[in-house]
Each structure stands twice: as C-alpha cells, then as structure tokens.
Design a binder for this molecule. Structure first.
Ligand SMILES: Nc1ncnc2c1ncn2[C@@H]1O[C@H](COP(=O)(O)OP(=O)(O)OP(=O)(O)O)[C@@H](O)[C@H]1O
Length: 847
C-alpha cells in the first residue's frame, strides 16, 4: 500500500463507487461550506457536497460499516418517534450501501492507511474513504490555492494603498520618539537628578520561622509612599521617587530605572547604587541571580538594544571595567593577573575633572553574552564572606563602570559617558553580626566608608562649600556621580523584619537626606579627545581671527596708501600733461623764434646789402616801418625743430624771401619793400635774447688796453647809454675795438659807421634799437683782435643763424675774420658752441 492518494485512481477491478451520498458530512465540510454555495451541500447529513467545479466532488462516499451510524451530538432524538425515524433512515441507508460494501471494503483496504494523513482534521472525513477521495482533496487544494492567491492580492493591494500613510506615520513616530526622549530628560531634570527608590525585600524563611513581623507597609496604589510602623506610636511616613514592595519583581524595578539607564546613551553620566543594611538585597537588586538577573545585566542589555535601534544614525562602542574597594584599596576585578595584589590602583583626576583609575582594565564588549561573562568574572573575584546575617555577605563595595562612546554618523558629534553600577557593602552593627578578626576589620572599613558617604551626602544636602569627597576611596570615586553633573539613582534596600527595625530606620533617614540633595542640571559629556580637539580648534580659530584682523588692518593701510598714491599719480599725470603742453608751447615758441630769427637775419642781410646806398642812419630810421608784433610773426618752413645740433637750418646764401611760403603777408610786404629799397630791420628779438642766455664760455676777445678803452669811452656816458642791454665786458671790448678801428686810418671806415654809432648813441635808449654790433660787423673791417672781437659780437647776436655772407666791401685784410676762409673755419667752431648753447636752453625749457 502506501500509494499516494492524490495520484492513485480507483482500482480497475473495483466496482464503481456508489452513487448515493454518504450518511454524514465530515466536520471539515462545515468549514468548507462557508466558502461554497449553499446548494453544493447535500440536503442529507451524511452526503458530501455535490460540487461540480473546479474539481467535482466525490461521486459517493461510503461510511465504514463499523462506525457508529449517527453521532450523538449530531442527531439526538428528542422523542421516541424521532428516534425511530432516525433509525429508519439509517436502515435505509445501510440497505443502499449494502450492495457496495464489498467495493468499499476493497477501497479501504487499498487507501485506508491514508486516512491519518488527511489534511482536514475531521474525524468524520478520516473515517470516510472512498475511491473519489483524491478528487475531493484536489478540489479542496484548488479552493485553498485560489483563496490564498486572492488573499495575497488583497494584502499586496492594501500594502500599496497604505504605504504613504505608513511612511508618514513612521516619520511621525521618529519625531515623537525624539520629543519623548527630550521631554523625558527634562522631566528627570525637573524631578531632580538624584532619584531615590526604596525596595523592601520579603521576609526570609528564617525570619518567618523566628516569628519576625513586618514593620514596613507598602501600599501598591501609593507608589511613592512607605510607612514605617514598628509600633503604631513609632509610625513614620517616608516619601521616595518609587517604593517597591516585597512582591515587586526584578523587571518592575528595572522598568522604573530604565529612563536613567537610557540617559547614558544620550551622553549623560549615570550612577546607580544600592545602599542598605547587610542582607537586605543590594546584591540581589544589582546583580541578581542567574535565573532572575538584576539591574547590571538588564541595563547593559538595554544599552545593546538601544544601540541596535539607533545603529542607522549613531555608532556606539562599549567598554566595561569592574573594580572593588576593599579595605580602602582598589582592586581590579577583571585583571586575572596573579600579581594584581602588588598592583596599586589609585584615583586621579583627569583633565576634564573626572575621576579616573589609571591602569584599570577596560574590556570592550560587543555582545550581551560577553557582558554576562564579564559580570560573572567580576562577581567571582569579589570579596565575599559569611556573617551571621548573610551567608554570602559582600565585604567590599563593588563598582561596575560601563563606558559608552558614541559617534553620530550624520553630524559627527562624539560623546563619552560613564555609567556606574555600584553595589555597596552592607552597613552592619558589629555586635549584631558578631564578626571578629578579618571580618571585623572589613566591617570597620565598610562602616568608615559608608560614614564618609553619609558625610558627603550631608554636606551636599546642606550645600556646604566643602564636600569631603576624599575622605574615602568610595566617595572619591563617586565624586562626579554624587555632586557632579550626572544622573544618580539610589536604591535604598530595607528589611521588613522587626528585628532590623533600627537599621531600617537609619537607612530610610539616610535615603531621605540623599533625596533632599538639590543637584544642578545634568550635562552632556563630550568625548575628552573631542573636547581637546575642539579646544585646539578654538585656539586656532582665535589665532586666525587675530591674524585676520592684522591682515585687514594692513589691507586698509595699503588701500589708503594706494588711494594716496593714485592721487599722486593722477596729479603727476596732470603735471605731465601740463608739462607736455608747456613743452609743446615752448617748442612752438622756439620755432617761432627761429623763424623770426631767420627772417630777421634775412632782413638784416638785405639791409646790409642796401646799407652802402644809405647816406646815414638817420634817414633809415625815419623810414623804418613799424615792427609787427612778435607773436604775429610766422615761422618759416625752412626752420624745423630738430633734436640734434643739425637742427638749425640756415638760410642759404641765395635763398630769397619770396621763396618762403609761410612768411606772413605783412612780413612779405615788408620784405618786398626791403628788397626794393634798403630799410631798417629790427633786431630786437635777437637782442632781447642776449641777457637770457646762460653764461657762456669766456670770449676769445682780448680785453682792450687802457688806452683803447679810454679812446673809445673818453667818458662814461656812452657806456651808461648802452647799459640797458647790460653789455658785457666782451661786448664792451668789441665796442671799443670797433671804435678804435673806426679811428684807425687803415680801417675802411665809412661815415655810416660813425652814423651808426651816432644812431646808437641816440637810439640806445630804446630797447628796440638795433645794437651797434651788426653795423660794426658789417661796416667795420678790421684785422687782428678787433676783427675777432667783431665776429664774436656777430656770433652772439646771430646765434644759431646762418652766417651772413660778409660783404666784400667790409672784408679787408688777409687773415681777418672777414676773410671767407678764416671766417668759415672760425664759424664752424662758433656754430657748434652756439648750437650747444641753444640745445641746452631748449632742454632747460623742456624740463
Ligand atoms: N527582593 C527579594 N526577593 C527575594 N529574595 C531576596 C530579595 N532581596 C534579597 N533577597 C534574598 O536575600 C538574601 C540576601 O540578599 P543579598 O545578598 O543581596 O543582600 P545584600 O544586601 O547584598 O547583603 P550584603 O550587604 O551582606 O552583601 C539573598 O538570599 C537574596 O536572594
């Protein structure tokens, strides 16, 4: 047997199943009926539904002959008639299937073993096995699959529709969580950062056996009140942040401590400690027992849970240290080194003011299992001993320090906070505990440190300026947890026993004092390394700010300097422009002067030519045309201002006035007139330049002898007449020579000369009068010194101009300066000098 009913078909030898429906429907059919049309169900109790789709229901179902025909719960006859009718029906049915009994038996022999594997747990269906059962199962399976598909589609549609709502709710939830955390922290701060819970243990079996009664009343409805009532007279009410009675479990206690525990994950320092008489359940509350763990383990479990919850935004790292203060010595409970006894651990204050124990093992923990291992190791190493009160009495203060380091993955904010979990040694009455020897010594140390703790609490409660933290190792270690900026939770453990009523009262009073301490608000702890980094950054920032200020100052100075320089530059530019303009004006003026000079020279030459036809100076003076104003005189094109000595252009010998294009009309007329008849040409401009000339080299003229001077100037009158032109000594010498030459018979003197001199004497008062040198030069022919002197005067007067061609009539005597050869030779040197002077003057005028 064992064939799969789903694949098996009825045996070909087997007769076809009976067409009549079975008597009772299976119970599973009722479930199916909920999703099937009503008409699919058989009107008869035992009939299977005649469903035709998707898989046809079994054509017939047979009831096992040995099965009861009618179940009592299905058809309970209410009367004898009904009972009889039911039996009649059964008999009829039995008769209907009787013919098919053999076939059914064969079927059951073949498939009967499958009845237990039927997916429909109906005893009825299990009991009914027909050849069409696989078809019925297929039908049910198809129905099931269809329904599943339908439901899946509905669920997917719902999820799609709800997705936006879900996202919104998720965001709201996150925001609410943050708000809740913040509000909770505020609430804790408002309540005070030292919270005191009171926990009363149940009476122990020993106490009950001794007939001790409870002196403590805890009303579960009043969570914060505790009644101490050893007698009705001594009844006293105490108020704490929460009171746990003997019935309260570890979970309940931890649930109330949870918010304080969570604060460490937000960067606050936390301290939870248990205080109380020996044997009151301090170790039970903090460490617990393996099957009922205490605050230490649950707190670390919670830290890991929160870390996991916030893993997307904050990365947490945990380290744990376990130490004990035994007989005022610190022992590292995680240090397995056998030499630990020689290792001296002490308390040092770190840079940020926290108390540190250098050399203390800080074991990193990654899983809660690791935490449990560490806690167990610490508990194993702890000093315990047996007393008459507690079989496993803690003889030391046990401290578990959990360091939480966090780094926000988005903001990069880092924090480093501690959670101290302290199980204090029990205060005990030495007489009561009946200790002696080593236990007595331990008890003394324990009581001393607890007394120091009491002093610290009292000082804090009365807001003393000095808090005696350093009176014991315990208070020194807990300095920042008791009076600092951390969140503190104290469990005051009490015994309900009437035998411990005195100690209970002491503990309750102590706890009330602790609760009265007003703490400042807790402060978030920043990672010291981060703190140091921030400090350095702040210093750097300050330094850079100072540098920036300095740079800004110097920048402003530079800007001011720049502005002033710019002003200077602008002024200089203006000056340069002005100077350039002046230079241009000067150049223009020089050109004009040169032109004038050239014109004058030309006119002088022309005048010189016509001198021979003039009888005397006087008529010439009378015919003198009016001089054109200097500024109206136009420069000649022939004279161009050139930079070098070659700049001067001398009018050629044969250059006629008519050839000049730029000679003004008036000048042209004058020249034309002059060309026609001899006329006087003013040499005043030339004369005016003489005093302006810089001091020049000494004249080559030889000073006249006293005799010559006297002969020329018999008295001082003529000199005084000429003094208006400041005739220098050289000129005077020349003048004297001329006078002398005129007096000498060898000189080809003409009456014109004398006339000229006469004219000079007359007209010397006018500054526009022609100087005598021109006339003397042109009219006086001398030899030797006199000739040289005459030429010197001529050169001075005709500075820069082309030397006029000396008239043959005036040049007499070989070797004189009027000799063309000699004159040219001398002129070459003189001209160079004259040009140098002129250039110097130009440069000076440009500058
Ligand atoms: N709340 C409680 N429920 C049940 N049992 C408790 C409870 N508190 C304490 N006990 C039991 O009381 C006994 C003493 O407890 P425990 O050792 O924790 O006291 P203790 O204050 O730590 O004493 P010691 O100061 O001497 O170490 C233990 O057997 C502990 O199981």
């Amino acid at each position: 047997m064992g064939a799969d009913p789903a694949t098996s078909s009825p045996s070909p030898q087997s007769p076809p199943p009976p067409a009549s429906p079975p008597r009772e429907p299976p119970r599973g059919e009722e479930e199916r009926a909920a999703v099937e049309p009503e008409d699919h169900r058989s009107p008869r109790r035992h009939a299977l539904p005649a469903d035709s789709s998707p898989a046809p229901p079994p054509a017939s179902l047979a009831r096992m002959p040995q099965q009861p025909k009618v179940s009592g719960e299905d058809a309970v006859p209410t009367s004898e008639e009904e009972h009889a009718a039911a039996e009649e029906i059964v008999e009829e049915e039995d008769a209907a299937v009787a013919g098919e009994g053999q076939a059914l038996r064969s079927f059951l022999e073949e498939f009967g073993g499958q009845a237990d594997d039927c997916p429909i747990p109906s005893p009825r269906l299990k009991g009914i096995a027909t050849p069409d059962r696989p078809a019925a199962l297929r039908f049910l399976g198809d129905r099931y699959n269809n329904l599943m598909e339908k439901y899946k589609q509905q669920v997917a549609k719902c999820a799609e529709e709800c997705a936006p709502t879900f996202d919104g709710l998720k965001k709201k939830y996150t925001a609410e969580c943050a708000l809740r955390r913040r509000l909770y922290n505020e609430l804790i701060e408002l309540r005070g950062n030292i919270r005191v819970f009171c926990r009363c243990r149940p009476l122990s079996a020993d106490e009950i056996s001794r007939g001790c009664s409870s002196v403590v009343e805890v009303d579960p409805s009043q969570e914060t009140d505790l009644q101490y009532a050893p007698t009705e007279k001594e009844r006293k009410s105490f108020k704490f942040d929460h009171v746990f009675g003997p019935a309260d479990a570890q979970e309940t206690v931890f649930a109330e401590s949870l918010p304080v525990v969570r604060s460490v994950m937000d960067g606050f320092n936390v301290c939870i400690f248990a205080y109380g008489q020996t044997g009151t359940g301090k170790t039970f509350t903090m460490e617990g027992i393996p099957e009922n763990r205490g605050v230490n383990y649950r707190a670390l479990e919670e830290l890991f849970r929160i870390s996991e919850e916030r893993s997307s935004s904050v990365a947490y790292t945990f380290c744990v240290s376990i130490l004990e203060v035994y007989n005022e010595k610190i022992r590292d409970l995680l240090d397995d080194n056998s030499e630990q006894t020689s290792k001296r651990l002490d308390i040092k204050q770190s840079a940020d003011g926290a108390q540190e124990v250098p050399g203390l093992v800080e074991a990193p923990i990654y899983t809660i299992d690791g935490v449990w291992e560490k806690l167990k190791a610490g508990a194993r190493n702890r000093s315990v001993g047996s007393t008459s009160v507690n079989e496993l009495s803690s003889r030391s203060h046990s401290l578990v320090r959990v360091t939480v380091m966090s780094e926000h993955l988005v903001t990069g904010e880092k924090s480093r906070s501690h959670m101290w979990l302290v199980d204090l040694a029990g205060s005990e009455r030495l007489a009561k505990t009946e200790v002696e020897g080593e236990r007595l010594k331990e008890a003394k140390f324990i009581n001393k440190s607890l007394s120091a703790l009491g002093d610290v609490i009292a000082a804090l409660a009365s807001k003393n300026t000095h808090i005696p933290y350093r009176n014991s190792k315990l208070t020194h270690l807990l300095q920042s947890s008791l009076g600092g900026d951390c969140k503190t939770l104290m469990f005051v453990q009490i015994s309900p026993s009437s035998t411990d009523s005195g100690e209970t009262l002491c503990s309750l009073n102590f706890a009330s004092r602790v609760r009265a301490i007003e703490h400042g608000p807790a402060r978030k702890q920043v990672d010291p390394a981060e703190n140091f980094k921030l400090k350095q950054m702040t210093e750097k920032l300050c330094h850079e700010e100072k540098e920036n200020a300095k740079l800004n100052e110097s920048l402003q100075l530079m800007q001011l300097k720049y502005a002033s320089r710019e002003n200077v530059f602008r002024t200089l530019q203006d000056k340069i422009r002005e100077t350039e303009q002046a230079c241009r004006t000067h150049q223009q003026r020089v050109r004009e002067l040169e032109n004038e000079l050239a014109n004058e020279k030309k006119a002088a030459r022309d005048t010189g030519r016509s001198t021979s036809t003039r009888p005397s100076f006087a008529p010439v003076r009378q015919q003198r045309p009016p001089l054109a104003p200097m500024r109206q005189r136009q420069a000649s094109n022939n004279i161009q201002p050139l930079p070098g000595p070659s700049r001067l252009r001398f009018a050629g010998k044969g250059t006629s006035v008519q050839n000049k294009e730029n000679i003004p009309v008036m000048n042209k007329a004058v020249v034309d007139k002059a060309a026609g008849k001899a006329r006087r040409v003013s040499l005043v401009p030339t004369m005016r330049q003489i005093p302006l000339q810089p001091k020049r080299r000494s004249s080559i003229a030889i000073l006249p002898s006293e005799r010559e001077r006297i002969s020329v100037f018999p008295d001082k009158r003529p000199m005084s007449r000429l003094s208006h032109i400041q005739m220098p000594a050289r000129a005077r010498a020349t003048y004297n020579s001329i006078q002398q030459a005129a007096a000498e018979p060898a000189v080809d003197a003409t009456p014109d000369v004398r006339g000229k001199f006469k004219g000079l004497e007359v007209g010397s008062s006018s500054k526009f009068s022609s100087p005598p040198m021109w006339k003397s030069r042109n009219n006086i022919a001398g030899s030797g010194n006199a000739s040289k002197l005459c030429y010197s005067i001529h050169k001075r007067v005709a500075l820069g101009s082309s030397p006029a061609q000396p008239q043959t009539s005036l040049m007499s005597g070989a070797g004189s300066i009027f000799d063309p050869a000699v004159r040219d030779q001398i002129m070459a040197g003189r001209r160079g000098n004259a040009q140098r002077v002129l250039n110097t003057k130009r440069r000076m005028s440009v500058l």
